[in-house]
Structure formats: structure tokens, C-alpha cells
Design a protein around this ligand. Structure first.
Ligand code: F6R
Length: 371
């Protein structure tokens, strides 16, 4: 049932304040007068010590689920101190890459049935790793075959392009980071700030959804373009990849997410006065580096659309021609949840305006059960 919406993708984008709330329900503990704020992940309680002691955490997934894990990687490394490596499921299997008994392998999948991810799971089980599942489907193959896990609880997602599952996956992995790091006194203030921010996150998402009309207008400007680049770094490298994936898979426009730190190592050659470029420059530790990227793109006459934190427009915009998308600021590690939403809206509106099928893009299936 699409309710008041025209498409499932649109409904699922706008549902995110509620889906995030459901994902967090019963898992965040506010703490009493002398109790610290903490998280409770029932499905992991017997394994959390093993995860904390593992030599490495390996995230494994495909497409949007991989991007969600990439968005969560920095906060997991920061709070757990355990090195995190990323694997695209098919590539791990192709390479027969090393997986050890001392590893925790985390399988991220909305459907829980993706063939590539399942094969990687079989492979990690054979190699003796502790296998954790993060899926949105209770009883799915990945949920059944892992040693333990966390349900995403984002609710059923029907649009082929994953939207609300993505933001809920990031929140689940941020909660995983909090759970793994829970015994360190040194990071207690940081953890509590993140928990406070999680409580308020649905409100911030509601606020960013108000950009709908602005994104519809931006889509009108971009409707006839051949290509769109998205630059991000740090926490928002994943946002760049995921934003570009959304645009290409539904609107059928070529789009590429680029790590801003790699700009000078090739992509800069593409920049001219015609190619639209979105630069994600919300306020975090990478902000001044992104300001300098914007300056360099501007110096080459790049057609810039800058995503920045509210109030930063004047300090990020190099000139009149630059468009701005202002988003509410949240804790740096949760900023990807907010930042992806305007890009989901942009992909949605571009698709409708270009006359393509939003909910069932050409050649794609919701659950990829073949290799
Ligand atoms: C993109 C998209 C795909 C899936 C990928 C993995 O919007 O939905 O990239 O993320 O096929 O699917 P799951 O998460 O079900 O394993």
C-alpha cells in the first residue's frame, strides 16, 4: 500500500523518521541517575566479548549494504580499536581472500538472501570466523546461517532501490560500535553524545525531508545531463558512493561517487563548466579539506552543488554560480544518515522527470539470488 504516495521509493524515503525509530526501539538505554547511557543488542549479547577481542572485523556486503558498512567503518574503528576491513562479497569469493578464526565477519544484507553474500558467508564459516548477520528479513538465509546478529527492523522495503534500509543499517552499525566500545571509560562522553544524537535523529531526518521541493527543482536543472559526479570523504565517502548509486540505478543517468582525496589522481581531468558535481562538505574533521577541494574545482570552472551544514553556506560557496544544499548538523558519525536523504530525493525526482520506472528500474531485481 503506497498510501498518499505515488511510488514505493517515495513512500520509503519519507518513512525514514519512523523506520529509524523502529530500528532503535528498545535498544537505546537512556540511563538512570547513576547509570550510563548504553545500547542493548539482544542478538549479540553472548558474543560481544568475542567481537571485542577479535583480531579484525571484516564487513561483507553488496551494493547499498556495502555502502552502509563503509559509512559505519570509521566509528567502529574509533570506538572498538579493532581494525575494520571492507569486502564486496563477490570479490572476497573471487579472490578467496584470507579470513581467519580470529576474525569477526559481519554480513550486511537488506534481503538476507543475496547469493554473493551467502556464498561469502559459506566461505567465512568454512574458515572458522565468527559470523554476524545484519539483515532486514527475519528468518532469511543470512539470518539463519550466521552465529548471531542484529535485525535492521526497518520494515518491508518494496522499491528496488534501497533507501530506508540503508539509513537503518547505518544506525544498526553505529549501535554495534557503541556496544563493542562499551567498556572503555575514555570514550564514554563520545558514546553518550552519539546516543543522545540517535534519540534525536528521527527529528533531524524529518527536517531534512523538507528539502523535497528543493531537490525536485534541482532535478529539473539536471534532467538532461549525461553524468553527475559526487565527491565525499571521511564519513561521507560512503554518501558519495551511495548517492551516485541511487542516481544511476533509478534515473539511468551515469553517476560516480568519488573519494575527494583522490581528486588530483585522475578525476580532476573530467572537470569543466558543463559537468555537474555535488560536493559533500558538511561540518566534520575533514571540513577544511573539503573547502579546499571546492576552491580547486571552482578554479577549474566546475559546476558545483555543495552540500553543507546549516549556516555554513557563506563559508563554503566560492561564487554566485554555486548551488547549496543545507542540511541539519548531527554527530559526525551519524551525518551520513542525514546527508543521503537529499540525494535519495534527487534520484527519485530525476527518475520521475526523466520518465523512468522508479520502483522497478530496468534490468534490476530487489533480491539478487543468482550470481
Ligand atoms: C541498490 C540496492 C542493491 C542492494 C544489493 C544488496 O539500491 O538495493 O545494491 O543493496 O543488491 O542487496 P541486499 O542488501 O539485499 O543484500
Amino acid at each position: 500500500n503506497k498510501g498518499k504516495y505515488e511510488h514505493y521509493m517515495q513512500k520509503e524515503i519519507h518513512e525514514q523518521p519512523e523506520s529509524l525509530r523502529t530500528t532503535m526501539r528498545g535498544r537505546l538505554i537512556r540511563g538512570g541517575s547513576c547509570k550510563a547511557k548504553t545500547v542493548l543488542l539482544g542478538g549479540l549479547k553472548d558474543h560481544i566479548k568475542t567481537i571485542r577481542r577479535s583480531r579484525r572485523i571484516v564487513f561483507i556486503g553488496c551494493g547499498t549494504s556495502y555502502n552502509a558498512a563503509l559509512a559505519a567503518r570509521p566509528i567502529i574503528e574509533e570506538l572498538s580499536g579493532v581494525p575494520v576491513t571492507m569486502e564486496i562479497a563477490s570479490d572476497l569469493v573471487d579472490r578467496q581472500g584470507p579470513i581467519y578464526r580470529e576474525d569477526t565477519a559481519v554480513f550486511v544484507s537488506q534481503s538476507g538472501e543475496t547469493a554473493d553474500t551467502l556464498l561469502a558467508l559459506e566461505y567465512a564459516l568454512e574458515n572458522g570466523a565468527l559470523c554476524v548477520g545484519i539483515t532486514n528479513t527475519v528468518g532469511s538465509a543470512i539470518a539463519r546461517n550466521t552465529h548471531c546478529g542484529i535485525h535492521i527492523n526497518a520494515g518491508c522495503e518494496i522499491g528496488v532501490a534501497s533507501t530506508k534500509a540503508y539509513t537503518s543499517q547505518i544506525v544498526v552499525m553505529a549501535m554495534l560500535a557503541l556496544a563493542i566500545g562499551d567498556d572503555a571509560i575514555s570514550s564514554q562522553a563520545r558514546r553518550e553524545a552519539i546516543i543522545d544524537c540517535l534519540f534525536d535523529l528521527p527529528n533531524k531526518v524529518r527536517e531534512v525531508l523538507k528539502l523535497d521541493q528543493e531537490m525536485k527543482d534541482l532535478a529539473k536543472l539536471l534532467i538532461a545531463e549525461q553524468s553527475l559526479l559526487v565527491f565525499g570523504r571521511g564519513y561521507n565517502f560512503a554518501t558519495a558512493l551511495e548517492g551516485a548509486l541511487k542516481v544511476k540505478e533509478v534515473s539511468l543517468m551515469h553517476s560516480e561517487g568519488i573519494l575527494a582525496g583522490e581528486m588530483k589522481h585522475g578525476p580532476l581531468a573530467l572537470v569543466d563548466e558543463n559537468l555537474p558535481i555535488i560536493v559533500i562538505a558538511t561540518h566534520d574533521a575533514c571540513f577544511s579539506k573539503q573547502q579546499s577541494v571546492i576552491q580547486q574545482l571552482h578554479a577549474r570552472k566546475g559546476r558545483l552543488i555543495v552540500m553543507c551544514s546549516k549556516g555554513d553556506a557563506a563559508s563554503v560557496c566560492p561564487g554566485e554560480s554555486c548551488r547549496v544544499i543545507e542540511v541539519p548538523q548531527v554527530e559526525d558519525c551519524l551525518q551520513p544518515v542525514v546527508n543521503i536523504i537529499p540525494l535519495q530525493l534527487l534520484a527519485y525526482h530525476l527518475t520521475v522527470q526523466r520518465g523512468h520506472n522508479v520502483d522497478q528500474p530496468r534490468n534490476l531485481a530487489k533480491s539478487v539470488t543468482t550470481q
